[in-house]
Design a protein around this ligand. Structure first.
Ligand code: SF4
Length: 320
């Protein structure tokens, strides 16, 4: 399979939710990128041969120009146009209808709890769970033919519920879900590390139970090539807790197979090789890791994690 070249455009940091663990919590007042700039970025991405566009925020659906931006991307010939969203605006049926008509052919809903109590607590907005479910229902009602997925940020407040969250998501009909260990490099998880970042040694058993659902429901097909339509994976974890049992469910390993390159174009930075940046700046392998047989495959753990918790929990896998 030919690898995909992907551009992620961060359209702005403003949002209609107030997620407690937001990595952009200190950037909410940044001005949104204007339409002309986003269109220019799309055009140059196409010139570089990129065929996968992801729009993220903040929350992109609150932009008044979102329909225009998506139809512009479609006209430019992006094969895949996706959006990560809290789903609230999509609870308005006409809006969902129009965004699909404009050319959106993939969507990722952010679900941080399996019920309103947990999800709304984490998003900081009462009613956000109900609206999110309304958005999902609308996409189903509209017989959306594209790929629907979910992501869940793993924090102290929800890690024990991951098996329930996984089951909830699966029962909703999703076959494409990613569970993302919180990134403490910036924003609220950086500022309030102890409040949000769980110990990997404690969270791992719940994450594993959640990943097991991928196997149980036959979402994880042990076959090549990897594709982004069937996915049940975990992101940003050290491999020593997972690789042996879940080799097909580590997002970073899948990413290497699927994407040739992933670039991030944000209002305050541009990174034309985001994978490399994350490996070299965000994450770290400690001295202990040098003995590990997974060393070359593994990205280690977040640098901030080691600063706060040390590396006692890492468990180098013996080289045979
Ligand atoms: S390289 Fe380090 S973090 Fe990665 S699996 Fe080995 S011990 Fe764990």
């Amino acid at each position: 399979m030919e690898k995909t070249k992907k551009t992620v455009i961060v359209a702005g940091y403003q949002c209609n939710n107030q997620c407690q663990f937001c990595i952009n919590s200190q950037k909410r007042d940044f001005p949104m990128k204007d339409s002309a700039l986003i269109k220019k970025e799309m055009m140059s991405a196409r010139k570089r041969g990129n065929n996968f566009l992801e729009l993220i925020g903040g929350e992109t659906t609150i932009r008044p120009d979102i329909l225009d931006l998506i139809s512009f991307a479609k006209k430019l010939g992006f094969e895949r146009i996706t959006m990560a969203t809290n789903g609230r605006m999509l609870s308005y049926f006409e809006f969902s209808k129009n965004i699909i008509k404009a050319g959106l052919n993939s969507v990722i809903f952010s679900i941080h709890g399996h019920n309103a109590r947990l999800h709304d607590y984490l998003t900081g907005v009462p009613g956000s769970f109900k609206q999110l479910l309304g958005g999902i229902h609308n996409f189903k009602k509209l017989n959306f033919k594209g790929v629907m997925g979910t992501n869940t940020t793993i924090v102290k407040q929800n890690y024990k519920y991951l098996p329930q969250i996984g089951k909830f998501v699966y029962n909703f009909g999703f076959n494409n879900s990613e569970f993302i260990f919180v990134d403490p490099s910036s924003g609220a998880p950086h500022q309030y590390f102890n409040k949000f970042v769980p110990k990997i040694s404690k969270a791992a058993r719940y994450i594993r139970k959640c990943l097991d659902l991928g196997e149980k429901y036959k979402i994880v097909e042990k076959r090549e090539p990897y594709c982004y339509n069937n996915n049940w994976s975990v992101r940003y974890v050290p491999l020593c807790y997972f690789q042996e049992y879940y080799p097909d469910q580590i997002s970073e390993s899948r990413e290497v197979e699927i994407y040739k390159n992933v670039e991030h174009l944000a209002p305050d930075y541009q990174d034309f090789n985001a994978t490399k940046g994350r490996r070299e700046i965000g994450r770290i392998k400690t001295k202990k890791c040098q003995e590990c047989k997974l060393y070359s495959k593994c990205e280690g753990i977040w640098r901030e994690y080691i600063k706060n918790y040390g590396d006692k929990e890492l468990k180098p896998i013996q080289k045979k």
